[in-house]
Design a protein around this ligand. Sequence first.
Ligand SMILES: Nc1ncnc2c1ncn2[C@@H]1O[C@H](COP(=O)(O)OP(=O)(O)OP(=O)(O)O)[C@@H](O)[C@H]1O
Ligand SMILES: [Mg+2]
Length: 452
Amino acid sequence: MILIVDDDSVVRSSLCFLLKHAGYEPEAVSGPKEALAVVRRAAPQLILMDMNFTLTTSGEEGIQLLKQVKALAPGVPVILITAWGSISLAVQGMRAGAFDFVAKPWNNLALLSSIRTALELSRQGREEAFPLNRSEANSKFHFDKIIGKSAALMDILGTVSRIAPTNASVLITGESGTGKELIAEAIHANSPRAREPFVKVNLGGLSQSLFESEMFGHRKGAFTDAYTDRAGRFEMAGKGTLFLDEIGDLALSCQVKLLRALQDHTYEVLGDSRPRRADARIVSATNCDLRRMVAGRAFREDLFYRINLITIHLPPLRQRREDIPLLARYFAARQSEANGLPRPAFTPAALAYLEGLPYPGNIRELKNLIERTLLVSGKSLLDAPDLAAQSEQAAGKADASSFSGLTLDELEKQSILQAIGTYQGNLSHVASALGISRAALYRRLEKYNINL
Ligand SMILES: Nc1ncnc2c1ncn2[C@@H]1O[C@H](COP(=O)(O)OP(=O)(O)OP(=O)(O)O)[C@@H](O)[C@H]1O
Ligand SMILES: [Mg+2]
C-alpha cells in the first residue's frame, strides 16, 4: 500500500487515480495525525507526502511528520511533494531522510519513475546483500574489463550490480584516475538500457554559453551561429544513459538549467518551445567534494540531491594495493597484444616495486607507467629498475602527480627521434637501442613521417 498525505482533496483523488492506474494500491489521508495512525497500524510500502499543510505555511508540520515517520518506520521511503519555489523545504526534507521530492504541479511520469525506483531500492534494502565474489562478477555481470579483487572493489561491484537495473541517479566520486568512467559504463552495460546509447558529456570543458545548445540542442536560426538543427545530448542519449562527467565544474547558471530538466524529465530545444521528454538515466562523476561545495554555495543543494540518489565512492589505488599486480599484468598483456608481442612477465622485485608506489594519479598512472616501460625497455621480463627508470623520469619532470601530457604515440615518436639523434642516424643502432627490429623501426618512421 502507498500512503498519500495531502490536505487538498483534489490532489488526493488525482494521485489515487494515477497510482491505481499504474497498478499500485493507494490510500489517502488528509493530515499528519491520520498519517501517523496509518503508519502505526501497518507500515506502507511508500509514502507520498505533501509538505505544505495549511496550519503553518513554513512547512514545519511537514518536516515534523517526516521525522516522526522516519522514527516509526525508518525503512519506508518518503517522497515529498512541495510547491514550486519552496525548494529549500524539499532540501530540508532530504536532509531529514526523504527519498526524493517532486514539485507541484508534478509531472506524472517523473513521479511514477521516482516511485518505482524507491520501491525497487527499498526491496533490495530488505533483502540480504551478499557480497559479490570475483567469479560471479565475471559470469553474471559485465565486469570483465574491471580488474581487481580487493574487498573495496568487490563492494563497489556489488553495489553496481544491485543499482544498475534501477533508474536511480548515481554519483560516482573519487580521485582522478580511479576508474569513475569505467564504473559509469558498467552501470549502463548491466542495466536494461544496455542496448540504448551511452552518451558522455564533459561538463568541465563546456562553456556557459554553449551549455544549453550542447545539452538540449538547437533549431536552425535559434541564435546567430545556429546554421543547422543540432541534436543535444539529452536527445542523443534517448532512453539510454547520460554520463555527466566533471559535474563539480558546472557553473551555477548552468546548474539551474540542468536541475529543471532533471526535475521534470523535460527540456526544450533552443528555438523550439515544444517540451521534450528527458528519459535518460543520469550518472554523474566528479573528483570534487560536492558536499563541501554545497556548504560553500558553489553547488546547488537541490541539484546535489537530484543527481545523487546513490553515491559510489572509488577509493584511491594506494588503499587497494592488492589489486596492483593484477592491474599491472592486465595492462602489460593488453599493450603487448595490441602490438602483436608475447605477454610480458614481471619479476617479484618489479611487482614489489609497483606495490610500493604512491600513485597520486591512481590507476591511470599505473597504466601509463606499465605502457611506457614496455615501450622504452622493449623487454618481455620487466624488472624493478626498468620500472623505476620510467617512474623516476616522470617524477623528475615536475612533481610526482604530473603526467607528461603526451600520448603514447607522441612518446614513441619522441623516443625514436632522440635515438636517431644519439646514434646519428645509424638505423641498426637506433633499432637495437629501442629494442625493436629494423623492419619495425621502418614501419614507425613511415607512420610518424620521419624522413632521414
Ligand atoms: N579496475 C580497473 N581495471 C582496469 N582498468 C581500470 C580500472 N580502473 C581504471 N582503469 C583504467 O584506468 C584509466 C583511468 O580510468 P577512468 O578514466 O575511468 O578514471 P576517472 O576516475 O574517470 O579519472 P578522471 O577523474 O581523471 O576522469 C582508464 O584507462 C581505465 O580504463
Ligand atoms: Mg573520468
